[in-house]
Every structure is written in structure tokens, then in C-alpha cells.
Design a protein around this ligand. Structure first.
Ligand SMILES: Cc1cc2nc3c(=O)[nH]c(=O)nc-3n(C[C@H](O)[C@H](O)[C@H](O)COP(=O)(O)OP(=O)(O)OC[C@H]3O[C@@H](n4cnc5c(N)ncnc54)[C@H](O)[C@@H]3O)c2cc1C
Length: 403
């Protein structure tokens, strides 16, 4: 990995690694069991600057590059995927569209609050009838004096409850198809106001909240249980013109660009889960004795560990190569899809093997590998399913053939 990392990258890696071991590992199981949002650690991650890694210092960010950001996601996910997706959904989905497509005024209004972790952000794209086919958005934005009136509902939105700033898409011109979709910045108060006030993050009185934007019921999920996932509802919500993000009609192309970067992040998150499970299995295999010897002495176990280590090495190169291409300003859509596809499917295989290496103990929550196996599954679904990644890759490789 030396070719991708410099001294600053190694410093942030060690810092996040220590934080994850000391502050996240002791609470990860309890947060998973109770499906509780990690407010205390959100405050601590904010203090460490983890919510604004790739943003310029003048906007309150750490001024680091995209590789440093992937390292943060990777290291957090080795210990707990819910913490990793909290930073990832907030940064890539919630904040990056404002940094990329926002006006100077919008950036100054929202990014410092998001980069410090004072408030949490999210991205409202998916709808009940528009998942993989996100261009099938039904939420409408109707022109009104000085703004737009939004009606509709977004589902499975990370941070829809705890968050306060969202980038959401709506149809501004039905006849124009995907070119009739526009992005908006919408705000609502957190559903955890008391807890936010107690920990000192998660809410800002400086935000003007929009009436008619509210969170729905919290999802009871298989994995990522400490991450907040809910419906985000727009009920005659008046969004002022000052909150239109990017050009009217450019919402579709802009969210595709956001998802390209997001896919590298889910690749890094998958890689972290896989590595965490592999490290636990390798350690366990040397400690657990059967037939009078450590189970790591059995070739059957060694082969599993060898396959896990090999897939992790391959996933690392795909993820950091895609991140490097992006940093170089080169095209990276195909490579981002490849990194996400391979790393998420590898994470599923590796966490399943890690449970197998642990035998019956692996099936209980005494060891973290069963949580990691549940956490890995959603990586094959969120931010574009494996099937959608294959479609993106196929489109690119066939296009390359015709050139
Ligand atoms: C925990 C969690 C967090 C999430 N966070 C967010 C968020 O913050 N913001 C947000 O906007 N969304 C979020 N999502 C939504 C997520 O991105 C979608 O669930 C995902 O894109 C798939 O959409 P869908 O669930 O509607 O599945 P569908 O699109 O209905 O897919 C069902 C099946 O059909 C397959 N399929 C669909 N189309 C094709 C095709 N053309 N070819 C082959 N197979 C196909 C899919 O691969 C899948 O296997 C989240 C989801 C979850 C579960």
C-alpha cells in the first residue's frame, strides 16, 4: 500500500485505528444489540475532525485528500461498520454535493456546520418506487413564489432521524425525464434533540428549518444497527430558491457523480469489515484447540485464512487505486464500481468464513464476527446493488471495445 500512502496518511491511519480500538470496540456490541445511535462517539469523532477530512480548511474541514478519507472509513469499519457508515453517509452523501455543486453562500452556510460534526447530513434519493431506478423519482417540486414546494417521500435514508441537513432530489419538470430532476438542500431538526443537547452535537440553532420536512419510523435492520435509517417525508415543504443545489434540471447527473465517489467509500467500508473479520478469525484460529492442537494447524482452516487474506489484498488495491484515480482527476467510474462490487462481495465471503472459523461461538454475539457478517450484507445493496455495479462495468467495457 506504500504507493498510495504518505506520512500524513499513516498518521491519520494510526490515530483512527487507536480511536476505534479504544472508544468503539468496547461499545460496538451493545450499540448493535440496542440499535442505539453512537452519540458519544459522534462527539468524539467530531473533535478528531473525522467529519470533514477532505474539505478545505476555510470551510472548516481538515484539508486532507480523498485517500485520507478512505483510510478513515476503512479503519473505522474494521471495528464497527455503523460508525463507518455514519461518517461516510454524512461526508460523501450529505456534504460532498454541497461542496461540489453549491454556491459560495451555500457552502459557507452549511459546510462548516457539517465538517465539524455539529450537525449530521444525509442524502435523500431512494423512494418506495425508485431504488436502482433512481431516475424514476416521484417526489415533486412545484414552482411557487420565491421557491419550490416539495411533496413526496424518500425511504431508507441514513440519518433521516438524527440529521438536520439533507440533499434531496425532486422532479421539477416531469416531461423532461431525468433532465427534469433537481437537487435541493432541505433542513429539519434532529429527532434526538434532548440527546443532542446533552452531548453538545447534532443540532444547530443557526439553521433555518423547513416546515413540512420530517422523519418517519426508524427501520429495524439486519445490520448497521447503530446507524439511523428512516423515511424522509416532504409534506408541502416550501424550499426557498436559495436552497436549490446546482442548476435546475441537473439533479440526476449530479447524484450520479456523487454516487461514483460514494462507491469507493462503500468499497473501503467493505474492506474494513472484511479485514476486521479476518483478523478476528486468524487470532481465534491460533487460540482455539481441538484434537490436541490449535485449529490453525489444520490445512482446512489455513486454506480459509489464505483465501481471506488474498481477497483482502485484491480489494485493497481496487479501493485505493480507484481513490487514487479520483485524486489524480482521472476518470474513475468503472474502477469505483469494480472496487465496490469486489470488496462488498469479498466482505460477504470473508465474514461468512470468519464465522465458520469460530465454529458455534461465531454464531453468538460473544464474538464480533456475526455482527460483521450482518453488516457486510448491506454493502452489496446500498449505493447501487451488485447487479447495478455489473451494469455500470459492462457498459464501460463494451464502450471501450467500440473505441
Ligand atoms: C441501511 C440502508 C441505508 C440506505 N441509505 C440510503 C441513503 O442514505 N440515501 C438513499 O437515497 N438511499 C439509501 N438506501 C437505499 C439503497 O440505496 C437502495 O436500497 C438500493 O439502491 C436498492 O434499491 P431498492 O432497495 O429499491 O432495490 P430494487 O432497485 O428494487 O432492487 C431489487 C433487486 O432487483 C435488482 N435489480 C434492479 N434493477 C435491476 C437491473 N436493471 N438489472 C438487474 N437487476 C436489477 C437489484 O439489484 C436487487 O437485487 C439505503 C438502504 C439501506 C438498506
Amino acid at each position: 500500500m506504500e504507493r498510495y500512502f504518505d506520512e500524513n496518511h499513516l498518521m491519520i491511519r494510526d490515530m483512527v485505528r487507536d480511536f476505534a480500538r479504544n472508544e468503539i470496540a468496547p461499545v460496538a456490541r451493545e450499540l448493535d444489540v440496542t440499535s442505539a445511535f453512537p452519540w458519544e462517539n459522534v462527539r468524539k469523532m467530531g473533535e478528531l475532525g473525522l467529519f470533514g477530512i477532505p474539505w478545505p480548511e476555510e470551510l472548516g474541514g481538515a484539508g486532507m485528500d480523498g485517500i485520507a478519507y478512505m483510510i478513515v472509513i476503512h479503519e473505522l469499519a474494521k471495528v464497527d461498520a455503523s460508525h463507518a457508515i455514519t461518517v461516510s453517509a454524512h461526508t460523501t452523501l450529505g456534504t460532498s454535493p454541497i461542496v461540489a455543486f453549491g454556491t459560495q453562500e451555500q457552502k459557507e452556510r452549511f459546510v462548516p456546520l457539517l465538517a465539524s460534526g455539529q450537525v449530521l447530513g444525509g442524502f435523500g434519493l431512494t423512494e418506495p418506487g425508485a431504488g436502482s431506478d433512481a431516475g424514476g423519482t416521484q417526489t415533486t417540486a412545484t414552482r411557487a413564489d420565491g421557491g419550490w414546494i416539495l411533496n413526496g417521500s424518500k425511504i431508507f435514508i441514513t440519518h433521516a432521524g438524527v440529521g438536520e441537513v439533507f440533499v434531496a432530489t425532486a422532479v421539477t419538470d416531469r416531461k423532461a425525464g431525468p433532465k427534469g430532476i433537481t437537487s435541493f438542500i432541505v433542513t429539519k431538526p434532529t429527532t434526538d434533540l434532548d440527546r443532542a443537547r446533552e452531548v453538545g452535537v447534532g443540532h444547530s440553532d443557526a439553521l433555518e428549518f423547513i416546515d413540512g420536512v420530517r422523519a418517519g419510523k426508524k427501520e429495524d435492520k439486519m445490520g448497521w444497527r447503530a446507524s439511523d435509517t428512516r423515511e424522509l417525508v416532504f409534506d408541502n415543504a416550501f424550499v426557498p430558491d436559495a436552497n436549490v443545489l446546482g442548476e435546475v434540471g441537473k439533479g440526476f447527473v449530479n447524484f450520479l457523480r456523487t454516487l461514483d465517489s460514494g462507491r469507493i467509500g462503500i468499497g473501503a467500508l467493505s474492506l474494513g469489515i472484511a479485514e476486521g473479520a479476518y483478523e478476528a478469525a486468524r487470532r481465534y484460529a491460533t487460540e482455539r484447540k481441538q484434537f490436541g492442537q490449535a485449529i490453525s494447524e489444520f490445512q482446512g482452516i489455513q486454506f480459509m485464512l489464505a483465501d481471506m487474506a488474498t481477497e483482502i489484498e485484491a480489494a485493497k488495491h481496487l479501493v485505493y487505486h480507484a481513490a487514487w484515480l479520483k485524486e489524480q482527476g482521472r476518470p474513475f467510474t468503472k474502477e469505483a464500481s469494480m472496487a465496490k462490487l469486489f470488496a462488498s462481495e469479498a466482505a460477504m465471503r470473508i465474514t461468512t468464513k470468519a464465522v465458520q472459523v469460530h465454529g458455534g461461538y461465531g454464531y453468538t454475539n460473544e464474538y464480533p464476527v456475526e455482527r460483521m457478517m450482518r453488516d457486510a450484507k448491506i454493502c452489496e445493496i446500498g449505493e447501487g446493488t451488485s447487479e447495478i455495479q455489473r451494469l455500470v462495468i459492462a457498459r464501460h467495457i463494451l464502450r471501450e471495445l467500440s473505441h
